[in-house]
Each structure stands twice: as C-alpha cells, then as structure tokens.
Design a protein around this ligand. Sequence first.
Ligand SMILES: [Fe+2]
Ligand SMILES: [Fe+2]
Length: 263
Amino acid sequence: MHLSDLHFGRVNPRLLAPLARQVHALAPQVVVISGDLTQRAKSAEFRDARRFLDALPGTLVVVPGNHDVPLYNLFQRFFQPLGKYRRYISEQTEPVYVDEELAIVGLNTARSAVFKGGRVNATQLARVASRFSALAPGMVKIVATHHPFDLPAGHEARSLVGRARLAMDAFAACGADILLAGHLHASHVGDTAARYPIGAYAALIVQAGTATSMRGRGEANSFNVLRIERGRIDIERFAWTGPDFTVASRASFSRAAGGWRAS
Ligand SMILES: [Fe+2]
Ligand SMILES: [Fe+2]
C-alpha cells in the first residue's frame, strides 16, 4: 500500500478509522508512506501520527516530507531539521526494505533551505545504485520519495524534485522499476518515458494523493494499492466516498524491453 501526505494537525478525523480499517482489510506486506506526516512539524502532531502508524499492520517504510521540517523555529529548521521526525517516527529517514521479490529504498528529499521544494544528491543516488545493483535479476526495484520525479498534466515543473534528471539517469542505469511519491495532493499513474527519454527505459510513476488531509486541492482523499508480480503490476486507487474508501480507478502495467508499459 502507498499512503501519502497524512498531515496530522490538519486531518479530517472522520477518515482515520476507515483508513486504518482498510489497511487491515487489505493486509499489505508493506505500507509505504511518502512523507508529510504532519502539518507544521509539531510534537503533538508527530505523536498523533505515531499513534496512527502504531495501529497499522505490515512493515512500514516511511520517508519525511517538507512539512515534517519545522518552518518557523529557525534553530530546529537549520540545525535539527528532522529531530522530531527521528524522535517520533523513525531514526531512519532513508529506510530500506528487501524481500525475495522486491526492494524499496526510501530517500529523504526534504531540505531546510527551501520550504516547499526538495532535492536529491549524488550520494543518495549512489546509495540507490549500490543497493539495486546487488539484487538478483527480476527483482522489482522501488524508490520512495516525498517530492515527485514526474508530474501529472497541469503541474509546473518547479514541483519536480531538484536534480530529477540526474536521478533518472541513475535510475535507468540501475533499473529502478517504480517511483513512489506524494507532495502534490494529486493522484497520478504514468511512466517516465515522455519526460525523460533514456533509450527504452521507462519507470512507473505512482503518485498518491493525500490520504487524510483537509487540503485535497479539489481531489478526494485517496491512497494506492500495488499488487506486484515479476512481470506485472496492478495498481488500484482508493478514494474517499464516505463512509469508506472505495476503488476509484485501476491500471495495469507489464514489463517490456527497457521498462513498464500500460497493458
Ligand atoms: Fe503534503
Ligand atoms: Fe509536501
């Protein structure tokens, strides 16, 4: 399962129990949460987020978002930007999950210097490459970040993570299959071939909307479920239709030479 932008401090409280119930019903092996767990990086918000995460089943793979870095407390912002995140959510801001079929590497794209934007650096990309290169062929390789590498139509390029092009070259070289992200509060499924023509390479782009924030930007609260087999990935988007989250759209992709294509 892929959840994003929970934004404790600005959640719609009616959604929390139905969301937790759905995670239990779907019983995912892994739950990826692609950042923005809080609204203003306050301790009380992180505690609420922690309580919610504690009630979820499966292995959690969580990365921070820009809202998890304090904005107004300048000492914290520049000297301990993820201090509270580390205390309440995880010491590990770049978690790794590997089983016999798939590998997930989380990257922290939140930066103190810019509140909204995010970026990756060469060290992070080298870490992804070394993780993925060590895997057996056929494993599905997933990168989880808060800021997106590609965008749905209508979003400006400045929402892209900084150094996205450098990252895509690294991902193509090590064969990253799926890029999970959030931040936009807009759902999107597509592939990277159009924005980043790198031979026949195409990674799957999966954006989750906000699962629980009041700021849906015109879109219902939502999350994604990915069912992954070696040569095939089925993605379901669940959207809040009150009193529950229900399946709103489906997409399937199969592995072709160089990358993933809609099937
Ligand atoms: Fe957000
Ligand atoms: Fe964000």
